[in-house]
Write a protein that binds this ligand. Structure first.
Ligand SMILES: [Zn+2]
Length: 310
C-alpha cells in the first residue's frame, strides 16, 4: 500500500514530487510571487493554485489539462443533475449567465479556475466579482448583470440573500452554489428562500477540484470514477461506514503532473452505510469538520468586514 502523504512533506520534496522535469520549485515560486501571472499557465501547460499557509506551510498545486477536463465534466454533470427541464429552460432564457464571487489578488484556486474556463467566446456569459469588494458594489454589479447561476463564498451568498430580502438586490438566479465555508442548514435555507431558488453545494479542495456533489438530502456523493476517499483513524487505519473518521485520505486520479495519492486532507467524514434516499448509487458522505480550512485568510477577514458593513 502507498504511504500517506501530506502537504508539508510534498512541499518539502517538491522537485522530486512533480513528474515534469521542466518544472522546478524555484520557477514555480517565482511564478506565484508575481500577481501579474494570476490565471496564466506555467510553461504554457499548467495552471497554478496556492492554498493558504494557515496550517504552517502554503501549498502550491499544479493543474494539468486532464485535471481540468475532469473538473469541467464534473461541473457539467453536477449542474445538469441539479436542474430539471424547467430550470434548464429558465437558465437558457437568462442567456446562461454565471457570476462567481471569488477571492482575487492571489493565485487562489477560484481565480485560477475562472481564468482556465473563460474563453473569448464564453466571456460574456461568465463574470468574476471580487469577494473583497464592498457589498453595495457587488449588489450593483449583480443587478446589472442578472446572472442565472450564482456561485461564491457561502458567507457572501448569505449577505447577498439578506440584500435580496431587503429589496436592494433583485436578481432571479436558477441556482445558487455557495462554496468554501459551510453554513448551517438554516443558512442554506435562508438563501433558498430569499432567491426562491435551489441551493446546492460541493465538497472540493484545491488538491482535488471534483471530490463530491451535494444532493437534496444533505449528503455528498463521491465522484468515485476519479477520486478515492479513504476515511481513516488517527493511525491511518480504515474507519468503517457509519463511523466518523479522524481524517480522510484523498487520491486524485486525474492529476498526472503532481500526483495526489493518499493525501491527508484533514477533514473528518462519515460514510453512509445504506443507500441514499436520493437514489444516487455513488458513495454518500457527510463532512463533519474541516481541520484545515481551504479558504485564504485574507478573504475570511474581508468577508467579515463585509458583514460589518452590512
Ligand atoms: Zn443523496
Amino acid at each position: 500500500m502507498l504511504p500517506v502523504a501530506n502537504k508539508q512533506e510534498l512541499m518539502r520534496h517538491f522537485d522530486d514530487w512533480v513528474t515534469d522535469r521542466e518544472v522546478s520549485f524555484a520557477a514555480v515560486r517565482g511564478f506565484v510571487d508575481n500577481p501579474e501571472l494570476i490565471g496564466q499557465r506555467l510553461l504554457g501547460k499548467y495552471s497554478v493554485a496556492t492554498t493558504s499557509g494557515s496550517t504552517g506551510i502554503p501549498g502550491i498545486f499544479l493543474l494539468d489539462t486532464l485535471n481540468w477536463t475532469v473538473t469541467l465534466a464534473f461541473s457539467l454533470r453536477m449542474i445538469m443533475g441539479w436542474l430539471n427541464a424547467s430550470d434548464t429552460f429558465r437558465l437558457l432564457v437568462r442567456g446562461g449567465r454565471a457570476a462567481s464571487v471569488l477571492a482575487m489578488g492571489g493565485h487562489y484556486v477560484g481565480a485560477t479556475s475562472f481564468a482556465a474556463i473563460r474563453t473569448r467566446r464564453s466571456a460574456r456569459r461568465l463574470r468574476a466579482l471580487p469577494a473583497q469588494a464592498p457589498l453595495r458594489n457587488l449588489v450593483a454589479e449583480l443587478n446589472r448583470y442578472r446572472p442565472a447561476l450564482l456561485i461564491g463564498y457561502a458567507s457572501v451568498m448569505a449577505l447577498l440573500a439578506a440584500e435580496q430580502d431587503a429589496g436592494r438586490l433583485h436578481i432571479q438566479p436558477v441556482l445558487v452554489l455557495p462554496t468554501s465555508e459551510g453554513l448551517s442548514q438554516d443558512g442554506y435555507d435562508r438563501i433558498a428562500r430569499a432567491f426562491h431558488v435551489k441551493v446546492r453545494t460541493v465538497y472540493v479542495a484545491t488538491e482535488c477540484l471534483f471530490v463530491a456533489i451535494g444532493c437534496e438530502h444533505g449528503w455528498y456523493h463521491v465522484n468515485s470514477d476519479w477520486v478515492i476517499l479513504e476515511p481513516v483513524d488517527a493511525s491511518y487505519r480504515p474507519v468503517p461506514s457509519g463511523e466518523e473518521s479522524h481524517t480522510v485520505l484523498v487520491s486524485n486520479l486525474a492529476n498526472r503532473v503532481q500526483p495526489i495519492l493518499r493525501y491527508d486532507l484533514g477533514d473528518r467524514i462519515l460514510q453512509r452505510p445504506d443507500p441514499c434516499p436520493c437514489g444516487n448509487p455513488l458513495p454518500a458522505i457527510r463532512v463533519r469538520g474541516r481541520r484545515h480550512p481551504h479558504l485564504p485568510n485574507r478573504t475570511r477577514r474581508e468577508s467579515r468586514s463585509a458583514t460589518a458593513r452590512a
